[in-house]
Write a protein that binds this ligand. Structure first.
Ligand code: NAD
Ligand code: UGA
Length: 464
């Protein structure tokens, strides 16, 4: 089975970059990415590729090469579904905010809408690929909808979870550790569908890195991978607090521990807390699934990863207040970084949002600078917490385009995202323009304590 036309529903952080790379590596396949968000599609079609809606190193080059060659962005979802042999579903699967499972389960309404639309529109057989991260056994529900509302069309459902990390998405897609494809491998049709997707990735990924499993293993492996990654961050963050109390240094501990090849060096960077759209959502989902199956110990075990992360964000902010003589009321505090990690403009669940909210509750005046995040996004993030009125957020928080402007006249600076440019700042100049004593709180272990103290700062870094 040779795939000629691909449709991807959802032009977000996964759909956009993933399809751009598939289009680049498979020039004979037409790839159409569709979305109901007109503004987003318009931005993907922006003549200036530097203004596409997602900032991701290397992405604009791939889009420049492929767009309008064999990569298309459109709001005509029906047409794209109709023409496709293979449809990727890459829509958002946020935590439910209502009803049963509120605050824990994944909200699958967008997935279901896609399934119903595919069923309504399709006239010939399709392979439907779950690219979104989904609870284990979602494919069963998808199949049910497709088989019962379709018009005699036959569907194969594959699970092909995405493992890219934002900020390194293009590298991750070009050179993945593995690509996981789950399908109905007990039937000939299922095997053929799996092979069709394997053939696409085999354009650039070595065969031995293409893993095929049944659908359920694939769905569950994605949640497991994110849970294990987040667990490492919470584990090292738990140690960071112990380090602060004992004179140990969390970077030394991480190095000593990570050099054990059984443990490994990656994902042991202590921080102000993990953010991003997926770790929390996917672990909550895992907790919910475990609870639903009566596996309470399993649920409690994984929930602790989230509780530790909440604690880390709170404790960082609380330490700022305590250090600033137990009050930040009316004090100007500069936040450097708002994105949940460097090299992305994504702010979903960023620790910065929660640190800012905590400080605002203590009546601080906040000034934010982030190299890639826009002012409207910062206000939208704070407003979404509904802690105070939109007007108050705008009067207490200002957003500037320059780190020096942000820090000038401030009592304290908090480094919340590990942007490389913060390392290169002229910290001597920053010190000169701050109120004294001048405090720096490094939530990312980005700056060198000795250098900062030599300049004159009162310097606090997580985990030391
Ligand atoms: P996103 O919110 O950036 O993009 C999803 C897009 O889907 C939105 O633009 C939305 O308008 C669109 N959409 C929703 N319903 C639609 C419909 N019925 N028809 C057409 N378009 C529709 O989300 P994302 O970050 O790309 O994540 C998508 C999925 O991938 C999630 O399940 C997520 O867990 C998973 N994932 C994300 C990442 C990541 O780094 N962001 C990595 C791996 C997996
Ligand atoms: C994560 C996973 O790494 C991806 O494999 C997965 O595909 C993706 O989630 C997803 O399913 O959405 P992402 O959230 O984009 O990717 O970024 P990460 O690099 O994992 O960072 C997540 C958060 O953990 C960030 O806030 C980061 O600063 C923090 N982190 C990461 C640490 O605090 N310490 C570390 O050592 C690593």
């Amino acid at each position: 089975m040779r795939i000629k036309n691909i449709c991807c529903i959802g032009a977000g952080y996964v759909g956009g970059p993933t399809m751009a790379v598939i289009a680049q590596k498979c020039p004979e396949i037409n790839v159409t990415v569709v979305d109901i968000n007109e503004e987003r599609i318009e931005a993907w079609n922006n003549e200036d590729v530097e203004n596409i809606p997602i900032y991701e190193p290397g992405l604009s080059d791939v889009v420049k090469e492929t767009r309008d060659r064999n990569l298309f962005f459109s709001t005509d979802v029906d047409a794209a579904i109709n023409e496709a042999d293979m449809i990727f579903i890459s829509v958002n699967t946020p935590t439910k905010t209502y009803g049963i499972g509120k605050g824990m389960a994944a909200d699958l309404k967008f997935i279901e809408l896609c399934a119903r639309q595919i069923a309504r529109v399709s006239k010939n057989d399709k392979i439907v690929v779950e690219k979104s991260t989904l609870p284990v056994r979602t494919a069963e529900a998808l199949k049910n909808i497709l088989d019962n509302t379709g018009n005699g069309v036959s569907y194969q459902i594959l699970s092909n979870p995405e493992f890219l990390a934002e900020g390194t998405a293009i590298d991750d897609l070009m050179n993945p550790d593995r690509v996981l494809i789950g399908g109905d491998i007990d039937t000939i049709e299922g095997k053929e569908a799996v092979e069709a997707l394997v053939d696409i990735y085999a354009h650039w990924v070595p065969r031995e890195r293409l893993l095929t499993t049944n659908v359920w293993s694939s769905e569950l492996s994605k949640l497991t991978a994110n849970a294990f990654l987040a667990q490492r961050v919470s584990s090292i963050n738990a140690m960071s607090e112990l380090c602060e109390k004992t004179g140990a240094d969390v970077n030394d501990v991480a190095k000593a521990v990570g050099m054990d090849t059984r443990i490994g060096v990656k994902f042991l960077k202590s921080s102000v807390g993990f953010g991003g759209s997926c770790f929390q959502k996917d672990i909550l989902n895992l907790v919910y699934i475990s609870k639903s199956l009566g596996l309470n110990e399993v649920a409690d075990y994984w929930e602790q990863v989230i509780l530790m992360n909440d604690h880390q964000k709170r404790r960082f902010a609380a330490n700022m207040v305590k250090t600033l003589f137990n009050t930040v009321s009316g004090k100007k505090i500069a936040l450097l970084g708002w994105a949940f990690k460097k090299d992305t403009n994504d702010t979903r669940e960023s620790a910065a949002i929660y640190v800012a909210d905590y400080l605002l509750n203590e009546q601080a005046e906040i000034v934010v600078y982030d190299p890639k995040v826009k002012m409207e996004q910062i206000y939208a993030d704070l407003d979404s917490l509904e802690t105070r009125s939109e007007q108050e957020n705008r009067s207490l928080v200002s957003v500037v385009n320059d780190a020096y402007e942000a820090t000038k006249g401030s009592h304290a600076v908090a480094v919340l995202t590990e942007w490389d440019e913060f390392k290169q700042l002229d910290w001597k100049n920053i010190y000169k323009d701050m109120l004294k004593p001048a405090f720096v709180f490094d939530g990312r272990r980005l700056l060198v304590k000795q250098t900062m103290e030599e300049i004159g700062f009162e310097f606090y870094a997580i985990g030391s």
